[in-house]
Ligand binder design. Sequence first.
Ligand SMILES: [Zn+2]
Ligand SMILES: [Zn+2]
Length: 416
Amino acid sequence: MLGAAQEVGRSGFLVDAGDKILLDYGVKLNPLGVEYPLDPKTHLDAAIISHAHLDHSGHLPTLFNHGNIRTYMTPPTLELSRLLWNDTLKIAAADDAIAYFSKKEIALAEKYTFQVPYRKHVEISHNSSLELFDAGHILGSALVKLNLKNNFSMVYTGDYRMDDTRLQTGANVPFDSCDVLITESTYGNREHPPRKKEEKAFVDMVQETIDSGGHAVIAAFAVGRSQEVLDVLFEYGIKADVYLDGMCQAAAQIYLKNPTYLRDPQFLKKAIHSVKMVSSPRIRKEVLKKPSVVVTTAGMLQGGPVYQYLGKLYGDPNSSLIMTGYQVEGTPGRTALDHKRLVIDGTEVELKLKIRRFDFSAHAAHSELLKMIEKVSPKNIVLVHGDRKVMFEFRDELTAKGFKAFAPAVGDTLSF
Ligand SMILES: [Zn+2]
Ligand SMILES: [Zn+2]
């Protein structure tokens, strides 16, 4: 376990079955800095990336500092990862921070990546093969099925949903047994609120803000969440101009380029074409001239264009700041949500605008995790990508149900 064990973030798992195969290699974005997965400390025969989110893909280019590794992922995962890797370099340059890789390693990672579509059997060596299946999490997200030496089979879920969301069809799980299932467990102890009700409350808040003459600033993660939000706003027909700012714009273009990976690409296309892109400082000023909606990064208020708007609107009780993702303890987003305070341009201010968070999660809820486990009926279950307490609770529940379940820590090795 190189990371994402008794924690969420920096996913990285090394499988040693003769061939040495790395599953994901991401970063953990903490309030006080970035945490990295452990060094695999071995020659790698292959690396497989489940999806583009930085907690799964963000540290991959560093591996190319020491040599080249055959890497496997879906075509949209490569496109989105490239966008996020380049953004990492931009942020590091702006903050005078260290980047552990450069443009050169990004180019190598691209060059050595085999783009694998869903349901295509690929040989890694004469001992090992892989197949990717739609995980229903974000564009191009994959469940990884490994067939290893002596017919040993392993499924790694990455992040997933079993239920359909607006953008993605629920996970495709066409197998009914395996020796080891490595599954995320983010929501191992809870359900999501009913999605329709959550959407309605979200749209009501946006429209009420417009009707009272304010601006609705919607903070969203660039990949996945911001597109989902546009879909919702379009369906309910908000009566105001909707703008899209920041990296959400480039991510939206990649979504449009990959319609076969989406549940309803035509609807998303209409939704994206109905909004105005903030492509210059002039348009950013226009946003604030009359009541409007702006969907922008960053998801947990850790920088990004959202500050351009909050700097002007923080004292306006008619405006609102709407968060659409989980806010990690200690992030500016969490402080804003819990204490209505935020540091803007070096000064801490009291937020007078309305603040609320909505749950549009793309992770499997507790019942979906069980559905996956029942479907795959694995001989062994390894829980990853969950907070320690949640993982322990879920492990105990699975053990009580008769499964052999593990909740290892970073640095642990499990043998099967
Ligand atoms: Zn993810
Ligand atoms: Zn994740």
